[in-house]
Write a protein that binds this ligand. Structure first.
Ligand code: PGA
Length: 251
């Protein structure tokens, strides 16, 4: 039995059109209805276009709904952006901020990620703050320092275990099929846990997820680690059987 309830979060990224997306969410709703004692909390983060219809399907079920990004401001002249308040308005409980694909594609800095996490708190959403090193940084022995710097720069001040989740996602493991070694994940999560305890009163109780090529066949080895409180799942979350198998790993 884990100290914290595991969170299995599906990050659909820019995938899913209306029919396929609602079918996928519907399939998961059906699975959950048949497994009321599921140990893990499930979360679906669809693309923005599907938040409303997927939210309709999830209403009244134990599956949570989340966005993949938010703007720091509540509203205003920011074409194409979505605020944390808008996500909350659609029934979201969570929002992913600082995913490495956004850090890379949109040049997001730790400072911006922190502003987004603060916006999430303002809208009473839980921010899933993503951190992780590149292959070069790991190879040069800098992984721990890089991730510690991201954690320090990206976490909002005054965070609590109810307002944030941290997802450790080595960039080189995302979407590549290369999964981090359990001993490296254990080392990194222990370091993040210790740092979180230094940054906030109850910081050591914040849930820490692992992400990066989590699949049904490697989930048990990762989710069984002491400091791993769940997973952020990309590719495998697009298949109901795979996502469900990963969730069931937690019991
Ligand atoms: P992946 O993506 O599971 O496809 O590696 C994880 C993520 O980017 O959150």
């Amino acid at each position: 039995m884990k100290a914290r309830r595991p969170l299995i979060a599906g990050n659909w990224k820019m995938n899913g059109f209306a029919i396929r997306g609602t079918q996928l969410a519907g399939a998961l709703v059906g699975r959950v209805a048949e497994a009321p004692d599921l140990a893990a909390e499930l979360l679906i983060c669809p693309p923005a276009t599907l938040i409303a219809p997927v939210g309709e399907l999830l209403r009244g079920t134990p599956i949570s709904l989340g966005g993949q990004d938010c703007h720091p401001a509540e509203s205003g002249a920011h074409t194409g952006d979505i605020s944390a308040e808008m996500l909350a308005d659609l029934g979201c409980d969570y929002v992913i901020v600082g995913h490495s694909e956004r850090r890379a594609d949109h040049g997001e800095s730790d400072e911006l990620v922190r502003a987004k996490a603060e916006a999430a708190a303002r809208a009473e959403l839980v921010a899933i703050v993503c951190v992780g090193e590149t292959a070069e940084q790991r190879d040069s022995g800098d992984a721990l320092d890089v991730v510690r710097r991201q954690v320090r720069g990206s976490l909002p001040s005054g965070f609590t275990p109810d307002s944030v989740v941290v997802a450790y996602e080595p960039v080189w493991a995302i979407g590549t099929g290369k999964v981090a070694r359990p001993e490296d994940v254990a080392e990194m999560h222990a370091a993040i846990r210790a740092q979180m305890g230094e940054l906030a009163d109850r910081g050591h109780q914040v849930r820490l997820l692992y992400g990066g090529s989590v699949k049904p066949d490697n989930a048990a080895g990762l989710l069984g680690l002491e400091d791993v409180d769940g997973a952020l799942v990309g590719g495998a979350s697009l298949n109901a059987d795979d996502f469900w198998a990963i969730a069931k790993t937690c019991g």
